[in-house]
Design a binder for this molecule. Structure first.
Ligand code: ZN
Length: 508
């Protein structure tokens, strides 16, 4: 077992954030079985088994888990998840591997899991989707067993068969950090090039120059890889086109250029590959996977037969972004409780991320809604307030389209009752109804929806509430009236997209 200590994890665009007291680290913990699997995968590749894959793109399902606090607050914006998926796909495109959102984004509300997903093993187990690569995103990403002294873990792959998931710190979920592509490399069985040095980084004072030991400091079963590559099959990451590295990126600058003088036990000058995805050098213009790393990834992908890879994207490209139609820019809506939003369809997109907020930074109390289609009625806005909104088109695979420009409007003060657009017909019978007899609510809807069904008196007092799920097509809901006195009542069916009202009379 390798002891984990801090190792610097790079970021492409903002390496400066990693300077200072706290260093970003990767919490991946390699072990003997992981290394053995690399040897087996190499053998399998050498036997020619990769030729079956051809040059066809494999679509890998990803279950993104946005974890929020119990009250639903603090969870990541879907915007950055879309950005991160777009970036991940760019980085794996040359391997004919692309990733797609599998069955929508999953939302977990749990304080413990939000604070540090690795502390909430049972929550993760309960939400893991065995047909996809699971990425759990929370405030922290500290591996079980405690944090790493002097370091902040930015992400890790938990490789035990019962886990087999990736945990990412929220701050690393964006369109530029290399943390997710790096952890996905571990998911496909790649080690760090400096395997055996994960718990430390070379210094002359501690390890000698030339390095004095033939075995690595963190895993005594892994030899130190020689700069001349002589023992590359059994040392370091067990791959021969990733040069020896003794975690030399950890103390290196931000210029993606190793100029230190570390010498291996033979006395040969170390020449690590600074811009390898699985190493820890900062500030490289671009990172890459080596040829052998790509072979291991491809082989491990073929082994992962649980993944649902028969996906065909609805469209691989999305034609620009959308134009916002209503509410018109700078307009005032008549009502505030049901505001209808509409935008133009975009070729290639079948979903749209609608954001509405009191600030044009979408940071006050944003409503973020994934919409199938180009129309949505939003509730819960405040009367007589200026709001901002924007829309981003996407589909499960292509999440690279830009957001629309921001438009604003002011909410009116009236209350409107908008009927849910998918309800084609509904009725409540019998009406009048005898005291004690049940009402039959007949619903005909094009889409299934959930609603709150309430009975109020004419003073607006709610006397009875029930939650109901209506499935697409015809359905009937029985509503008891026992305990209600003779008189006139209002029955309301309130969904997230509108309200249905019916006047009910209870009589003998
Ligand atoms: Zn790592």
């Amino acid at each position: 077992m390798i002891v984990r200590i801090s190792t610097l994890l790079f970021m492409l665009a903002l390496p400066i954030l990693l300077l200072g007291q706290t260093r970003g680290v990767c919490g991946f913990d390699s072990d003997k079985a992981f290394g053995q699997n690399i040897q087996e995968l190499k053998k399998w590749v050498a036997e020619g088994n990769l030729s079956t894959r051809g040059n066809v793109v494999t679509y890998v399902p990803v279950k993104f888990h946005i974890i929020s606090k119990n009250d639903g607050s603090k969870g990541l914006s879907e915007q950055v998840v879309l950005d991160a998926l777009c970036h991940l796909n760019e980085e794996y495109a040359d391997q004919d591997i692309q990733f797609y959102i599998y069955g929508g984004i999953k939302y977990i509300k749990n304080d413990l899991a939000y604070n540090n997903p690795g502390d909430a093993e049972l929550v993760l187990q309960g939400n893991k989707d065995s047909k996809a690569m699971n990425i759990f995103m929370g405030l922290n990403a500290n591996p079980p067993g405690g944090g790493i002294p002097g370091g902040t873990t930015l992400g890790y792959f938990a490789g035990s068969p019962s886990q087999d998931w990736i945990i990412i710190k929220n701050s690393e979920v964006n369109g530029f950090a290399s943390t997710i592509p790096h952890e996905v490399g571990h998911y496909f069985n790649l080690d760090h090039p400096f395997n055996g040095w994960d718990c430390t980084a070379w210094t002359e004072a501690e390890h000698g120059n030339p390095v004095s030991s033939l075995m690595s400091p963190c895993d005594p079963s892994v030899p130190n890889e020689f700069a001349n590559g002589d023992n590359c099959q059994v040392a370091g990451d067990f791959l021969c086109d990733t040069p020896a590295d003794y975690n030399l990126g950890y103390f290196d600058g931000n210029d993606c250029n190793y100029t230190g003088n570390c010498k291996d036990p033979n006395g040969d000058q170390m020449q690590p590959d600074e811009d390898n995805f699985m190493g820890y050098f900062n500030g490289c213009a671009d990172y890459f996977f080596s040829g052998q790393q790509k072979q291991i990834i491809a082989a491990r992908l073929l082994q992962r037969t649980n993944l649902e890879t028969d996906f065909i994207p609805s469209s691989v490209s999305i034609d620009g972004t959308t134009t916002l139609v209503q509410p018109a820019d700078n307009s005032t809506t008549p009502a505030y409780n049901n505001v209808a939003f509409e935008w133009t369809p975009v070729a290639g997109a079948n979903q749209y991320l609608l954001e509405v907020d009191l600030s044009n930074g979408f940071s006050v109390d944003p409503q973020r809604i994934m919409v199938w289609g180009t129309y949505k009625v939003v509730q819960g806005l405040i009367a007589n307030k200026k709001y901002y909104w924007r829309v981003r088109p996407f589909n499960a695979y292509n999440t690279c389209a830009p957001k629309s420009p921001i438009s604003d409007f002011t909410t009116g003060t009236a209350i409107s009752t908008v009927e849910p657009p998918y309800v084609t017909n509904w009725s409540v019978r019998p009406n009048p109804v005898s005291a004690g007899q049940s009402l039959q609510l007949e619903m005909n809807t094009r889409e299934s929806f959930e609603a709150s069904v309430e009975l109020r008196n004419l003073n607006g007092q709610t006397l009875q509430t029930m939650q109901a799920g209506f499935s697409a097509g015809n359905s009937t809901l029985e509503i008891p009236t026992s305990g209600l006195a003779n008189g006139i009542y209002i029955l309301t069916v309130q969904s997230s997209e509108g309200i249905l009202n019916e006047r009910i009379v209870i009589a003998h």
